[in-house]
Design a binder for this molecule. Structure first.
Ligand SMILES: Nc1ncnc2c1ncn2[C@@H]1O[C@H](COP(=O)(O)OP(=O)(O)O)[C@@H](O)[C@H]1O
Ligand SMILES: [Mg+2]
Length: 350
């Protein structure tokens, strides 16, 4: 649903979205990184911007946070045009990784107080704000330790806290959990949920379907700088067809029998896919019927005396999501992808 109403005029449907992007374009070396992107994030909601490497997620975030100028289209954040009013935009936003230079010598508390002073808070206000944020991001106990001794999740929460010093209207998180272990990821997720519950508008990029699913009110799927689809997490999962049931056998000769068993429980008569090389059969199963499907197939193959190496349910990979949504596999990122992405990662993950 591309937003069409002119941003400067009153929105008939209510207040202007906190992020409003129309036909956004950016080209690097003749290759489009953004090729007509549209986004609208209503105030107080979380949009997950989901796409494979090279899709244009970071480029979109950099434009929306005024770090890069677009070549075309328009982008408004918190009611201000990123090109014409970059200072007004910057005053109203936070960006994780913006302060990649979290000081290693200072403690977590001292870091936050220092950022407060940098943003012109008075000494006592800075101290107060630091204490609030330490509490909010569950860093109070670690407050007087140096971040170099933090786990990945704690470190990322300190990043989040430092991007929240001025209580931004809109918070941008570019792949907030990339590189974290499962525990660190769920810690960061919890913090993002709390922020959203407190009314902050959040735009987060990710290439993990489960992350977008867990955190977003709506998910915009993009590829090659363009919108692929946008929906609620539930709607998107319905469109994708739920989890995959996957069976790995020991002998290629058993593949047809296993495929037949899987076919009986596959969602909406979907054809099981057989990868002969990996001795693997998999098919989507309907939401709500996963466990019954798994049990049914397990019993059937056991009855037939088939040696199964592995059987289980797994979330569709992003590649499978794209295959389902677009009918084609995600394309390889362009030749420049590595450079741009690596450069960005350094800045974002610290
Ligand atoms: N500074 C840059 N210079 C050249 N190409 C870039 C630069 N930044 C991004 N790109 C290219 O733009 C495309 C989109 O990149 P990016 O926005 O980083 O995608 P994502 O964040 O979704 O992985 C990629 O093909 C990438 O190589
Ligand atoms: Mg990126």
């Amino acid at each position: 649903m591309p937003p069409t109403a002119a941003a400067s005029t009153a929105h008939p449907a209510g207040p202007e979205p906190s992020v409003l992007v129309e036909d956004l374009r950016k080209t690097y070396g003749g290759k489009p990184a953004l090729d007509g992107l549209d986004l609208a994030v209503p105030r107080g909601t979380v949009l997950g911007l989901l796409g494979p490497n090279g899709a244009g997620k970071t480029t979109a975030v950099r434009i929306l946070t005024t770090l890069v100028r677009p070549d075309g289209g328009s982008a408004r954040v918190a009611g201000h045009d990123v090109r014409r009013e970059p200072r007004a935009v910057r005053r109203r936003i936070g960006l994780t990784g913006q302060h990649a230079a979290v000081d290693e010598i200072l403690t977590a508390r001292q870091n936050l107080e220092m950022f407060g002073r940098l943003f012109h808070l008075g000494r006592s206000r800075a101290r107060e704000r630091a204490a609030e944020l330490l509490e909010r991001f569950r860093l109070s106990e670690a407050a007087d330790r140096q971040p170099k001794n933090f786990s990945g999740g704690m470190r990322r929460r300190l990043d989040l806290a430092s991007s929240m010093i001025l209580a931004p209207e809109v918070l941008f998180l570019d792949e907030p959990t990339t590189g974290l272990d499962p525990r660190g990821r769920s810690e960061v997720w919890e913090s993002v949920r709390e922020l959203a519950a407190g009314g902050t508008t959040v735009l987060l990029t990710t290439h993990y379907l489960d992350e977008a699913d867990k955190l977003s009110d709506r998910i915009a799927v993009i590829d090659q700088g363009r919108n692929v689809t946008e929906d609620t997490p539930a709607g998107l999962k319905r469109a994708i067809g739920g989890d995959r049931l996957e069976v790995v056998v020991g002998e290629a000769a058993d593949l047809p029998a296993v495929a037949a068993a899987v076919a009986r429980v596959a969602a909406d008569g979907a054809e099981p896919e057989i990868s002969e090389g990996e001795l693997r059969v998999h098919a989507p199963v309907s939401v709500g019927e996963q466990v019954a499907a798994l049990t049914d197939v397990a019993r059937r193959v056991q009855d037939e005396g088939i040696a199964v190496e592995d059987i289980g349910l797994r979330r569709p990979t992003l590649d499978e999501v794209f295959l389902t949504l677009t009918g084609h596999q995600t394309d390889q990122p362009g030749p420049a992808a590595k450079t741009g992405d690596d450069k960005e990662k350094e800045g974002v993950t610290a």
